[in-house]
Design a protein around this ligand. Structure first.
Ligand SMILES: Cc1ncc(COP(=O)(O)O)c(C=O)c1O
Length: 519
């Protein structure tokens, strides 16, 4: 039975699926590499290795991360073939549309943050007369925060001066200033999310409600902590919105299994959906958390990536604070997304509201175990939320770079959705924000049967065929969770604008051929 069919059981089922498919991968891997494994298990002295795949904790083997899963593994093999010209293929380059990694597919970093970072890394540049005065001023400020040493550890929550700037930004964004002690600068949003999960999960009895489809950081991290994920389905017809009814259903599912449901995760704008939650959905989510004593984890890393006409980003923090709600809230943001797309610099943040001071102290203790987030990442994150202001020397260039990139993403979002909606049996919601489309596709029965015979989910089969025939790398919907009997894939909208038409053509031709072959 496929993952998809099994996912009918909901999110707990979804996490079990991941376990089942990990076990499948394990047995497949064992038979494929049995000779190699025997020799790898022995050290040069003939001693048996202590650490073997079989000796690893089950939670490690069960952890799956679809975004870098089987399709991507195959794409690396194909990339090698292309480089070594070992086989003739129907394309001469791969199109990586599997991961939201903007600079890897041609996005250029913003000038202002890079100039500041160059100066803090190499202070003689401050005197070189090559950078505008606001860059020099900012770099000097940041160096002062770091006592002149970006190579030294900082406070475990991050440099205090930077946290004050993040607090300034949050005050402007939400109309409510947080205490800088409630802000933790981290090596990206991923470790920030894991820090929050560490506080929530003690074992399988502790459950979190996660959206389905979800970004697999959540299912993977919950599995690794041996907690339980219970999915609430987003409503595709409502452009991936939520409903109180579905939240109640998921909560009941968790409680009926004897779980202690402690928190709800929300990703807005959505990955993989590309949807933006309405204000009404957001209010309902906060009320639902309040009524059921749930901690709210708001993943808002795509808050700058808004494409829908007339839409503006509203944070969950603003909704919680404006209501005067006591919901315990973790809000996440990152330097990886937006326009800067500084994924490799690893800068992100979590801000907490309404936490018990003793919990905050424990969180600080856990953050201290990692000493501190990398200083360049801390600065890169702060620079994304504190860009140059009107009247400053770098402002016009910054505004142009940001505006041009955002306009281009808006055009790409429209084009990608139109292409996907033009495919037979496919339907794609408007890409309102984030960096992705998550179209539903119809997989012909014959193709689904062939997929099953090969031990894979039908949408994985589709995505592998797409890769082999066109070089386009996307991620099957089964890795994110989807309603039973539906199939999707996730594609980014990030390939450069001058490539989009060619990609659309390749994809449309492939799809028609696939549908014809299996109908
Ligand atoms: C919804 C969501 N949250 C968190 C992350 C992780 O971001 P970071 O690079 O800051 O760890 C991603 C990355 O794609 C994401 O899509």
């Amino acid at each position: 039975m496929s993952n998809i069919t099994r996912s009918a059981a909901g999110a707990t089922g979804f996490v079990k699926n991941l376990a089942a498919s990990a076990a499948g991968a394990l047995s497949a891997g064992t038979s494929r590499h049995s000779t190699a494994t025997a020799s790898v298990h022995m050290s040069a002295s003939g001693r048996e290795k202590t650490l073997t795949k079989q000796s690893l904790p089950g939670r490690v083997l069960k952890t799956e991360y679809a975004v870098r899963g089987r399709v991507v593994t195959r794409s690396y093999e194909i990339q090698k073939m292309l480089a070594e010209k070992t086989k003739s293929l129907p394309f001469d380059e791969l199109i990586f549309a599997n991961i939201g990694n903007p600079q890897a597919v041609g996005a250029t970093p913003l000038t202002f943050p890079r100039q500041v970072l160059a100066c803090v890394m190499y202070p003689p540049l401050l005197e070189a007369g090559v950078f505008p005065e606001d860059v020099i001023k900012r770099a000097k400020e940041y160096l002062k925060y770091a006592s002149g040493k970006v190579g030294a550890y900082s406070h475990s929550k991050g440099l205090e001066g930077l946290r004050q700037e993040v607090a300034d930004w949050l005050e402007e964004r939400d109309g409510h200033r947080p205490d800088a002690e409630h802000i933790f600068l981290q090596d990206g949003a991923s470790p920030a999310v894991k820090l929050a999960l560490d506080l929530l999960i003690g074992g399988p009895e502790d459950a979190l409600l996660i959206p389905l489809p979800q970004y697999p950081l959540y299912s993977a991290s919950i599995t690794k902590l041996e907690g339980t994920a219970v999915g609430y389905y987003l409503d595709e017809e409502k452009n991936w919105g939520t409903s109180r009814e579905e939240l109640e259903r998921a909560l009941k599912e968790g409680r009926d299994q004897g779980k202690k449901v402690k928190a709800l995760v929300v990703i807005n704008p959505g990955n993989p959906t590309g949807g933006i939650l309405s204000k009404q959905d957001m209010e309902e989510i906060v009320e639902f958390c309040e009524d059921n004593n749930l901690v709210l984890l708001a993943d808002e890393v795509y808050q700058v990536n808004i494409y829908k006409e007339g839409a503006e980003f509203t944070s969950f923090r603003k909704v919680v604070m404006d209501k005067g709600s006591s919901v315990e809230l973790f809000s996440f943001h990152s330097a990886s997304k937006g326009i800067a797309g500084e994924c490799g610099l690893r800068g992100g943040c979590v801000v907490t509201d309404n936490l018990d001071p003793e919990v905050l102290a424990e969180m600080y203790k856990l953050a201290s175990v990692n000493l501190c987030a990398n200083i360049i990442g801390q600065m890169a994150f702060t620079l994304t939320v504190r860009p140059p202001k009107a009247g400053e020397a770098s402002y016009e260039l910054y505004k142009k770079e940001l505006g041009d990139a955002l306009d281009s993403l808006k055009r790409r979002a429209k084009k990608v959705a139109a292409t996907l909606n033009g495919l037979e049996g496919a339907s794609c919601q408007e890409i309102e924000g984030a960096m992705y489309a998550f179209p539903s596709i119809t997989i012909p029965k014959k193709a689904a049967e062939m997929a099953m015979e090969n031990g894979m989910a039908p949408d994985l089969f589709y995505c592998l065929r797409l890769l082999e025939e066109t070089g386009i790398v996307v991620v099957p919907g089964s890795g994110f969770g989807q309603r039973d009997g539906t199939f999707h894939f996730r594609t980014t909208i990030l390939p450069q604008e001058n490539q989009v038409d060619a990609i659309a053509k390749r994809m449309s031709e492939f799809h028609s051929k696939f549908m014809k072959e299996f109908s």
